[in-house]
Write a protein that binds this ligand. Structure first.
Ligand SMILES: Nc1ncnc2c1ncn2[C@@H]1O[C@H](COP(=O)(O)OP(=O)(O)OP(=O)(O)O)[C@@H](O)[C@H]1O
Ligand SMILES: Nc1nc2c(ncn2[C@@H]2O[C@H](COP(=O)(O)O)[C@@H](O)[C@H]2O)c(=O)[nH]1
Length: 190
């Protein structure tokens, strides 16, 4: 019997610093055809980040307009900044029959599951709490105060792991990237 393989909407979430961006970047280096939604955010760019690549960096007024015009599939406030997924690009990809990957926080993942129950939520977990703290601190992109806020959010996110369809533990970037890639399509057996 032929196995039907269909694209799907996959949401990757997990605590700040667990390695979501690293895993996705590795996967897309090996498989550049994988499409990742570019979010809008009110956060200021980190060194090396470019508008339209990592994020669409917008001001508060512009973000307000995106919400008011219904242009965001979901949005949330995270550690003092707002983040949201542009709706149109996601719907266009799905209508074209292409897999869609979102890298968003827990609040956004819950909103997507509510509006698109057929989506798959993937939780990226750290090997341990100490390793998470080490990765977030070692990245060196946030102040001590922001790290504290992100670690407080991480406790909430880790407690919500059971809401996700699948958990991947980020011990090896290469292994997790491969596992994530396999989840981007749904086969008829599922
Ligand atoms: N498997 C791994 N082993 C060791 N270090 C890792 C691993 N995966 C990622 N890292 C490192 O952890 C740090 C955080 O990774 P990354 O920025 O990808 O996290 P994130 O989950 O996207 O964070 P945020 O949600 O804050 O954007 C980076 O310095 C990255 O190099
Ligand atoms: N709900 C949403 N969360 C998002 C979106 N884009 C990114 N994120 C999440 O925000 C935090 C912080 O990201 P950072 O780049 O400032 O480190 C992280 O958990 C991201 O996954 C989004 O569109 N919606």
């Amino acid at each position: 019997m032929a196995v039907e393989v269909r694209p799907r909407l996959t949401v990757l979430s997990g605590p700040s610093g667990v390695g979501k961006s690293t895993v996705v970047a590795h996967m897309r280096k090996v498989h550049p055809e994988v499409w990742l939604s570019v979010s809008a955010t009110t956060r200021k760019p980190r060194p090396g980040e470019r508008h339209g690549v990592q994020y669409f960096f917008v001001g508060d007024d512009e973000f307000d307009k995106l919400i008011a015009n219904g242009e965001l599939l979901e949005w949330a406030e995270f550690a003092g900044n707002r983040y949201g997924t542009p709706r149109q690009a996601v719907l266009e990809r799905l209508e074209a029959g292409e897999p869609v990957l979102l890298e968003i926080d827990l609040q956004g993942a819950r909103q997507v599951k509510e509006s698109m129950p057929e989506s798959r939520l993937v939780f990226l977990a750290p090997p341990s709490w100490d390793e998470l703290v080490c990765r977030l601190t070692g990245r060196g992109t946030e102040s001590a105060e922001v790290i504290e806020r992100r670690l407080a959010a991480a406790k909430v996110e880790l407690a919500a792991e059971s809401e996700f369809d699948t958990t991947l533990v980020n011990t090896s970037v290469e292994d997790v990237s491969r596992e994530l890639l396999a989840l981007l399509t749904v086969s008829s057996g599922e």
